[in-house]
Design a binder for this molecule. Sequence first.
Ligand code: ZN
Length: 344
Amino acid sequence: MEGRDDFDAHRHEDAGDPTSEIPGSREYYRAASAILEADYLLVATGAGFSADSGLPVYKDIADVRAYKDKNLTYSDLCRASLLAADPRLFYGFWGHCYNLYQDTHPHEGYAILSKWFEKMQCRSTRLSTPVPSCGNRHYVYTSNIDGHHRRTGILDTCLLEIHGCLNDWVCTSCGSGPSPLPADFRFAVDDETRQQIVQAEGASAHEACATCGGQRRPSVMMFDDDCLDIIPGLPERMEAYQVWEASVEDALSGSGGARVVVLELGCGVNVPSVRQECEDVVKDCVRVCPEGLGSSALLIRVNPDFPLNPRLSTHTLSMRQGALAAIRGIECAMAQIEGSKCSV
Ligand SMILES: [Zn+2]
């Protein structure tokens, strides 16, 4: 059983700020101010962020009768070896996920984040701190494979999907890809058994490679994948992200008083790689900030159960709630600070 961490010890009294009549408003106001004043913004998202669109989190994906009857867990299903052992189960599982991701609309939080990035790009010319080599002051770092960041505004301009994306498929024989499936294609999956319904020969060949006829698989990290090569281009994209992060650290180590905000949304503790990355970025940035020159680094950790960061609590703003609710609250606080009308 997972417990909640001790948030009450870190709860602040609301007093004297213009949003204090809204529950949790002091955190919204602090987060909004920090993001508006930031020179660099890293947004990191996990399963809790997708959940606000109605998508299941990891523990719920395999929580259906068809899998329970066979004692299959998420980690049994999310294995490349399943393709050879039981292709109908493999394509049934991934096909169901693919259909769900395609047919689910990304929630409003994606559009709000994209708007924040656009505003940041617009005021970029007024900021004295350097623009990273990729041309953007923002980055999105995600463990989600639903591809929803690609579908909204400018979220895909600087995007690292560390576990790949279910939109991309690669051939297990000749290695060709990644390539998308046709936009209107959906897998035929039996609702009860969650097995792929095999069509008449030649009627459903989208899982077959167009070059060699081999079987294709999603270009996502599975539990038994032992190298990043299964996701073509991922090592290069990771390198690009590292370069961006290094340029942010460079800026913070200078005399310009640069500020970075890391906004972590719905990242769980079971696969804590994204939380760890957020903590490491803030820790590294704090380390290089020169004393007394106004540079700063802040982690805004949004999580309904685990919002704390004991390793660096003085540089962490904890928000104990869901991602979309927090984004809406911050957006309204921003509007209040800027004297405009809140649109959410
Ligand atoms: Zn092939």
